[in-house]
Design a protein around this ligand. Structure first.
Ligand SMILES: [Zn+2]
Ligand SMILES: [Zn+2]
Length: 138
């Protein structure tokens, strides 16, 4: 379970989305398949959240889109964000992944437990959905 403390592992592509199910289903035929424990599923997300260090823009993209620059100022100084989940009130506080802890937006406690922010969490945080064209320049 040490993986929980390493945000880099949270972006593993081995997920069970429809595309993943197709690929993994072919590769892992006869193995465990896609029956993930609920605990692992909680680390999955339907979106990638980012914050711009220059203009402070908050945005998120579809799970399959990995931005290379800020949609507003077009600079590359963007930070992926993660969620810190408070054990007391289950509130998710969204912060840059370079942080090792966050202050719970609900009760103010210092929280170090990581979770993956979902679209709804990112929207509540103030981020807006951007398309690949807006954030990858392709
Ligand atoms: Zn920016
Ligand atoms: Zn709290």
């Amino acid at each position: 379970m040490t993986d929980n403390h390493n945000p880099a592992n949270l972006s593993s592509p081995a997920k069970c989305g429809w595309l993943g199910a197709l690929l993994i289903g072919l590769l892992a035929f006869g193995l465990a398949g896609c029956n993930k424990p609920a605990e692992e599923a909680a680390l999955d997300s339907d979106a990638n959240g980012y914050a711009c260090r220059d203009c402070k823009a908050k945005f998120f993209t579809a799970r399959t889109v990995f931005p290379t620059h800020c949609p507003d100022c077009k600079k590359k100084n963007i930070d992926q964000v993660v969620g810190f989940v408070c054990p007391a009130d289950k509130q998710m506080t969204v912060e840059g992944r370079s942080r090792s802890s966050a202050k719970c937006k609900q009760c103010g406690a210092t929280v170090a437990g990581l979770g993956m922010p979902q679209k709804s969490d990112l929207t509540a945080w103030g981020a807006t959905l951007k398309t690949a064209a807006e954030v990858t320049g392709q």
